[in-house]
Design a protein around this ligand. Structure first.
Ligand SMILES: C[S@@+](CC[C@H](N)C(=O)[O-])C[C@H]1O[C@@H](n2cnc3c(N)ncnc32)[C@H](O)[C@@H]1O
Length: 311
């Protein structure tokens, strides 16, 4: 059998030059994440926000009490943050003026708005040593005959689970704060945008409702709705009674307190593999409102999650 001619098309000079630039870009992408982490750690979005929403690099050196020797390096960091959309920049004057973008607005501390949720813990936990180490080990993980997600394989614990607390208490606190800020984000927006779906509802059970943030937001927007939160007993017992929400400890697979409507708002961080396809994660991480309009008791089978979101 004659050897087959290679089918790979030889790139043109222009393509090769572009390819080399792309390789550099891909190889250094992690610095974009690390620049974001650095901005959060230094408090750059907060400093700009409290400086009237705009700041030059010398303004930031002063506001953040950084050594003056770091000025040229801070300029580079700020350019990268602007290039990646974390900040906006106005280069029309002698000194570049940086402003908060919607992305960095989510990283500001002390915004005078009840609905504002600081997302810094998401950045800090996602760029933590634990997550980065797991990603650095991808190649070794692929060579092993295991299907345990890389994070768990390396650390012996999943991202949010209690056994992570024994390994690194601070990471555990941060990861759970990140989960809560993600889960609680958008509830007010959803209630504003889709208020009509709550019309005519008198009673509602938030199944797996955690600390009751969603239920409290619903009652605040629709005070006539009688809300029950069902969650695992160990979660419910930590929630102080507020006289507004009826908190019930139990297992949703065994019993769901009857109501006209049951909400299952799910963030699948715990259910999905730590590293699966980004678009899938985006879909799963979006607010998922599954509203079952019913006056009958609902029973979720043990494979409920796998059935609606097979991963
Ligand atoms: C990721 S959290 C979502 C919390 C809330 N629904 C939200 O979106 O902010 C999932 C919740 O489901 C609860 N949960 C897990 N298994 C459960 C079960 N079998 N019965 C009741 N709640 C459960 C967990 O304790 C946790 O509070």
């Amino acid at each position: 059998m004659s050897a087959q001619a290679p089918s790979t098309v030889v790139p043109t000079d222009a393509e090769l030059l572009q390819a080399q630039a792309d390789l550099w870009r891909h190889s250094l992408y992690y610095l974009t994440s690390m620049a974001l982490r650095c901005a959060v750690q230094l408090g750059i979005p907060t400093a700009i926000y409290h400086n009237g929403g705009a700041a030059t690099v010398p303004d930031l050196i002063t506001a953040l009490s950084l050594p003056a020797t770091k000025l040229p390096f801070l300029r580079r960091l700020m350019r990268l943050l602007a290039a990646s959309g974390v900040l906006t920049v106005d280069n029309s004057g002698e000194e570049a003026i940086y402003r908060i973008s919607p992305t960095s607005y989510l990283l500001v501390d002390g915004v005078a708005d009840d609905g504002h949720i600081n997302h810094s813990s998401i950045v800090l936990s996602a760029t933590s040593t634990h997550c980065v180490e797991a990603a650095l080990g991808f190649a070794d993980w692929f060579k092993k005959d295991v299907v345990t997600p890389p994070f768990k394989e390396l650390h012996g614990a999943t991202l949010f689970h209690d056994n992570m607390e024994d390994i690194d208490e601070e990471y555990h606190r941060l990861a759970n704060e990140a989960l809560a800020s993600h889960d609680n984000f958008g509830i007010d927006m959803a209630l504003r945008q889709f208020s009509d779906i709550f019309e005519g509802i008198q009673s509602l059970t938030d199944c797996g409702g955690g600390d009751g943030t969603t239920a409290r937001a619903i009652v605040k927007a629709f005070p006539h709705i009688k809300c029950t939160v069902l969650d695992l007993p160990e979660v419910i017992e930590k929630i102080p009674a507020d006289g507004v929400i009826n908190y019930v400890g139990g297992d949703m697979f065994k019993f769901v307190p009857p109501a006209q409507v049951v909400i299952l708002k799910v963030y699948f961080g715990n259910q999905i593999s730590t590293f699966c396809h980004p678009s899938y994660v985006v879909v799963l991480c979006s607010l998922v409102f599954l509203i079952f309009s019913s006056s009958i008791q609902i029973k979720l089978g043990p494979n409920f999650f796998e059935t609606i979101f097979p991963c």
